[in-house]
Design a protein around this ligand. Structure first.
Ligand SMILES: Cc1cc2nc3c(=O)[nH]c(=O)nc-3n(C[C@H](O)[C@H](O)[C@H](O)COP(=O)(O)O)c2cc1C
Length: 200
């Protein structure tokens, strides 16, 4: 039961409890270890189990782990330096290390195909749902996770490095690792401000 006048959690069962308490953990606060291969399979399987009109699977996942994170960072540093005349060495170095902030980064790629029954909007929403399931599965297994985009999700040169097709774009980079600090709660919208009854 929802009381729209309060956001106080009503704990009912472990899954709802999880939904009511999950918090993102900043990428900068995600250390080792990351998920084991078995845990990663579970997390990805959960991400691929989202509502998907017409069963188009309008998403795919690119994993960045181990040395691949540094290799991608070299590409980010190269692209950033070429695009920004005033790029400082410190900032270029940050780009080089961007994907090293967590043991695992999963790029969720939205892949929209032509379908009369499932317009692009629905397919993009499904990719967002996949991102959220990654967060939920990772945190349910005890990991910290954050869904971020940042400039590299929107850059055409980065898209080339990722091998994205014309109908593909980055829905998010989901960073996963072990939280080095416990995140504090943040303000949430009051249900009374966002929920209405349709009159009648
Ligand atoms: C599509 C999308 C992109 C986001 N991109 C960023 C980002 O680039 N940088 C950032 O700090 N947070 C970004 N966020 C916000 C974080 O994922 C997250 O919402 C925030 O840290 C608080 O999360 P929580 O409400 O899950 O605790 C993004 C969120 C979404 C849904």
């Amino acid at each position: 039961m929802i009381n729209p006048n309060t956001t106080k959690p009503i704990l009912t069962n472990p899954i709802v409890d999880h939904l009511l308490t999950r918090r993102s953990v900043s990428a900068a606060q995600l250390g080792e270890p990351g998920p084991t291969p078995e845990q990663l399979t579970q997390i990805l399987t959960a991400a691929a189990r989202v509502p998907d009109h017409k069963k188009l699977a309008p998403w795919r996942f690119i994993l960045f782990r181990g040395e691949a994170r540094a290799a991608f960072g070299e590409e980010l540093a190269r692209i950033f330096e070429a695009q920004q005349d005033d790029a400082t060495p410190a900032r270029i170095d940050f780009e080089r290390n961007r994907f090293l902030r967590a043991p695992l980064v999963i790029a969720v790629i939205s892949r929209v195909v032509e379908n009369a029954a499932a317009p692009a909007w629905e397919q993009e929403l499904s990719a967002g749902a996949a991102c959220l399931n990654l967060l939920h599965a990772a945190s349910a297994l005890g990991f910290g996770a954050q869904w971020i985009t940042e400039w590299c999700a929107f850059d055409a040169e980065v898209a080339k490095v990722l091998g994205l097709a014309a109908n593909e774009r980055v829905a998010g980079f989901v960073y996963i690792g072990t939280a080095t600090v416990k995140p504090e709660e943040r303000d949430r919208p009051q249900l009374g401000d966002i929920v209405t009854d349709f009159p009648g």
